[in-house]
Design a binder for this molecule. Structure first.
Ligand SMILES: [Zn+2]
Length: 337
């Protein structure tokens, strides 16, 4: 884990928040303290960010702190974002098929897979998803559906390519099917998927012998999905939660920040109830997947699984909740001035 840049981010934030009110600083301090366990999410508490909303150019250091999906409303992506990551079997029934920009996760086994997300483009779907499955010796014809966590191009861009090639459906919430309809074509992403199946909060998706619980977490988009599902480590069960939408790229909207914070609180409750001990997302730079997969590749027999972090869930939801509350307070203060 990279602790040094985090220390820098904390000091930068504290120096610059005096004019924003105590509330924003209070929440940002709590979020940043919890982010020591999850440094990839620390930039959510940056109270200088999102200046693009008022058309002020951002500095290069601010750009570097953004994760992949925050780029799609303002300019071209850095070439380093599409550097490949090796495909990997992370659990008995969970496979990473993504790149440095965005993750796709394959859940299940040869009796049935659910593909979670479709990456940026048809090309990435072909190379990273189908190519990755080929590298791992997995059969794409066992994919039963493509679940798109939310209606942004970096997750749906290659979804239709997979769905058409394998003759399966794309699944998304109604709210995000509606969102996608308003977005249209974008040069960085594959086309929005043609209308598919609607999934709803509380629904359980059966995938071969496994199942996945759909939880809707409004905030990043109106219908973001953050599923909970059981994974196995050499037969030993663990419970995973995938945070389906991370970046604050929806503008300075206080209500949306508050909805985001409420969704984080909801997933804290559900994750505690379900004994979640694996916390992933759909961006490897955010959730620590890059470092955790490196550790997994070096794992000794009998050593703990690097993705199993039963003591870090509270910290994750605190970062997500408190940083959203910090931004809500910041923009509430801005509006009242
Ligand atoms: Zn997004």
């Amino acid at each position: 884990m990279h602790h040094a840049p985090l220390v820098l981010a904390i000091s930068v934030t504290l120096l610059s928040t005096s004019a924003m009110g105590d509330d924003a600083t209070y929440h940002a301090e709590r979020g940043l303290a919890a982010a020591t366990q999850w440094p990839g999410y620390a930039s959510l508490c940056d109270l200088d960010s999102h200046m693009r909303n008022v058309n002020v150019p951002r500095t290069s250091s601010q750009r570097q702190r953004s994760a992949g999906d925050e780029h799609h409303h303002h300019g071209s992506r850095q070439t380093s974002d599409v550097d490949p990551l090796p495909p990997m079997q992370v659990f008995d029934n969970l496979f990473f098929l993504g790149n440095h920009s965005v993750s796709a996760w394959l859940y299940g086994d040869e009796d049935g897979y659910l593909l979670i997300d479709g990456l940026n483009t048809d090309e990435e779907a072909r190379e990273d998803i189908l190519g990755g499955m080929d590298t791992l010796g997995l059969d794409p014809s066992a994919i039963e559906a493509v679940l798109v966590t939310h209606g942004h191009g970096d997750h749906y861009g290659g979804a239709d390519y997979i769905a058409e090639k394998l003759d399966v459906e794309v699944l998304m919430t109604q709210a995000d099917w509606d969102l996608v309809e308003t977005l249209g074509e974008h040069p960085r992403f594959g086309p929005p998927p043609s209308p598919g199946r609607v999934v709803s909060d509380g629904e359980t998706l059966q995938v071969g012998d496994y199942h996945l619980d759909v939880h809707v977490t409004p905030g990043h988009t109106p219908g973001t999905i953050s599923p909970i599902f059981t994974v196995y480590d050499h037969g030993e069960p663990h419970v995973a939660m995938l945070w389906g939408g991370t970046g604050f790229n929806f503008g300075p909207d206080v209500d949306t920040f508050e909805a985001y914070a409420a969704s984080a609180a909801k997933m804290r409750r559900l994750s505690t109830a379900a004994d979640v001990d694996v916390f992933i997302s759909n961006h490897a730079k955010r959730d620590g997947s890059i470092e955790m997969m490196e550790a997994l590749a070096q794992r000794q027999p009998e050593a703990p699984h690097p993705f199993v972090r039963e003591n870090d869930g509270e910290a994750l939801f605190t970062v997500l909740e408190q940083c959203a509350l910090a931004q809500a307070a910041r923009f509430r203060t801005d509006l009242s001035r």
